[in-house]
Write a protein that binds this ligand. Structure first.
Ligand code: ADP
Length: 237
């Protein structure tokens, strides 16, 4: 299994954010973590990235145990909800940031940034600053930046939440196509069922720190395994 979380527990104070979480994800899949606010979705993403550490349990990426391995060595790219672009850096420098830290040469960086700008449809906009871009364009830059270090896994935390409703649908479709084209194993957090069903190959439904069900949208809608899942998906119909 490409990504595996085994018996993961995580407590903040008295609050159990992850309660014996078990998840397996195959290589190349685009998976949505879907559940109500506070159900532990972001905590799972942050532990996978190594931004937070589980109290117990094991995390494997590409079959390798990564407990204790720092964030920069996990081969992970991160896209955040509010872009988190550096406002005083132009598009080029935002995308180049991770490569500079990794001491790549100027030529390597130039050609990679050009390639990524072309990939995300922003060729020629390298000199713009984030406040000169639309929300959708900023999120494309955030996506390019996440890819710049050639991650094996892409984690996206509510990637569409800050996007104008008018362009959100287009951006969802774009991101799905892009991830499929790249074949990169990706996990995104959302509380929006329509979004999860439209974008993801598989859903992981969370509630109160537990994984309630994992499956394709069709599986889950046809055969909800718990009362919570039945109610949760029923609510939106
Ligand atoms: P979700 O992404 O499903 O909304 P989260 O994983 O962000 O849920 O959080 C679950 C709960 O865990 C939050 O409601 C919060 O109470 C708690 N929590 C998350 N991160 C922290 C933290 N760093 N410190 C304290 N409590 C936290």
């Amino acid at each position: 299994m490409y990504i595996k979380l085994e018996n993961i527990n995580k407590t903040f104070g008295n609050f159990k954010a992850s309660n014996n979480v078990n998840i397996e994800i195959e290589k190349g899949k685009l998976v949505a973590l879907l559940g109500p606010s506070g159900s532990g979705k972001t905590t799972i993403l942050r532990m996978l990235a190594g931004l937070e550490h589980q109290d117990s349990g094991d995390i494997y990426i590409d079959g390798k145990l990564v407990n204790g391995i720092p964030v920069q060595d996990r081969g992970i790219g991160f896209v955040f909800q509010s872009y988190a672009l550096f406002p005083y850096l132009n598009v080029y420098d935002n995308i180049a940031y991770g490569m500079k830290i990794r001491k790549k040469t100027k030529d390597e960086i130039d050609s990679k940034v050009e390639e990524l700008l072309e990939l995300v449809g922003l060729k020629g906009l390298g000199k713009r600053f984030p406040d000169q871009l639309s929300g959708g364009q900023r999120q494309r830059v955030a996506f390019a930046r996440a890819l710049a270090t050639e991650p094996q896994v892409l984690l996206l935390d509510e990637p569409f939440a800050a996007i104008d409703a008018k362009v959100r649908k287009d951006l969802r479709r774009w991101l799905k196509e892009m991830i499929e084209k790249l074949g990169i194993t990706s996990i995104f957090v959302t509380h929006d069922q329509d979004e999860a069903v439209e974008v993801a190959d598989e859903l992981i439904i969370t509630n109160e720190g537990k994984v309630e069900q994992i499956g394709t949208p069709v599986d889950i809608y046809r055969n909800p395994k718990t009362a919570f899942v039945a109610q949760f998906i029923g609510d939106s119909v």
